[in-house]
Design a protein around this ligand. Structure first.
Ligand code: UTP
Length: 296
């Protein structure tokens, strides 16, 4: 019998090279979508899914992420005195227990998960890649925990992507058993396959519910050509000893870890905000008009 999922690991030690020069000093996870840093979307998703023990895997210069989730007494008391209750509630809604661990070198996502082992201990846990921002009801992690509680084994979030994009993702092969809508048993996993070698178009996206036996599996996983330990390869190893499951997430995902994905996510979340959605839409519509046309 597996224990409940109480902890979530956020691997956030990468270099964010696709976002240079913005990420020379500022962590990619702290870039802002509308009015909150990218990582806050993932943390709020975890909290709304019932998990509020957060483990950040960080690297040099990323301490600002922990500060962001710390209690800001002075700021809160000023807001309280000024009667800014909405701002205050917003600030307090993302309070979580944060622990962090350093990944000294960016040796891959599998390695980043492995360095969290002492903080995770011997229990199942979630992994959230903060770049993948998912708008879903129920939240993506909640959908996965519900599946985990049923199948009692690791659950990997997947999404159907166009075949020409599969080589950017880990891809799963599934069998034909129906375990519920969008839930499949995995028979193989391949990291970034060329299009003609991809076993399906079911791409792994940045959410996982893992069990602690992933840690020995990662230890037995060799680095790839680029010197990184891939989580996909660790899970492939785990598949030799237990069943793994894929869960198609019902929701809208943005990859905010690259510039165009970040811009799309900004527009998407701005248009969801009642306080300025109309004004922003009018502005975007006006951009279609010939240059020189003025907008209000
Ligand atoms: P990415 O490859 O998308 O992030 O890894 P990156 O390496 O920061 O970005 P680019 O490619 O250089 O632009 C997915 C997630 O895994 C984390 C990253 O921080 C990101 O959240 N990661 C990756 C680590 O924590 N450690 C690693 O060694 C590699």
């Amino acid at each position: 019998m597996e224990r409940p999922v109480r902890k979530v690991v956020f691997p956030a030690a990468g270099l964010g090279t696709r976002f240079l020069p913005a990420t020379k000093v500022l962590p990619k996870e702290m870039l802002v979508l509308v009015d909150r840093p990218i990582i806050q979307y993932g943390v709020e998703e975890a909290v709304q899914s019932g998990i509020d023990n957060v483990i950040f895997v960080t690297s040099r210069g990323k301490g600002i992420m922990e500060d962001h989730f710390d209690v800001a007494y002075e700021l809160e008391s000023v807001l309280e005195r000024r009667g800014k209750t909405t701002l205050l509630e917003d600030l307090r809604s993302s309070r979580v227990n944060v622990a962090s661990v350093r990944q000294a070198e960016p040796l891959g996502l599998g390695h980043a998960v492995a360095v969290a082992q002492p903080l995770v201990g011997d229990e199942p846990f979630a992994v959230v890649l903060p770049d993948d921002v998912i708008d879903a009801t129920p939240p993506a992690l909640r959908q996965m925990i519900d599946v985990f509680e049923r199948v009692r084994g690791p659950v990997i979030a997947v999404e159907r992507v166009p075949m020409e994009d599969v080589s950017s993702y880990g891809v799963v092969a599934i069998d034909h058993s129906e375990l519920g809508p969008g839930v499949h048993r995995i028979v193989d996993l391949v990291e970034k396959p060329p299009r003609d070698k991809a076993p399906s178009n079911l791409a792994i996206i940045g959410r996982y519910i893992l069990t602690p036996d992933i840690f020995p599996a990662l230890q037995e996983t060799a680095s790839d050509r680029t010197g990184e330990i891939q989580l996909t390869n660790g899970m492939r190893r785990l598949l030799e000893s237990r069943p793994l499951y894929a869960c198609e997430i019902k929701g809208v995902r943005h990859d905010a870890g690259n510039k165009i994905g970040f811009l799309k996510a900004t527009a998407y979340f701005a248009l969801k905000r009642p306080e300025f959605a109309d004004a922003f839409r009018r502005y975007l519509d006006a951009l279609d008009k010939p240059v020189g046309t003025t907008t209000g």
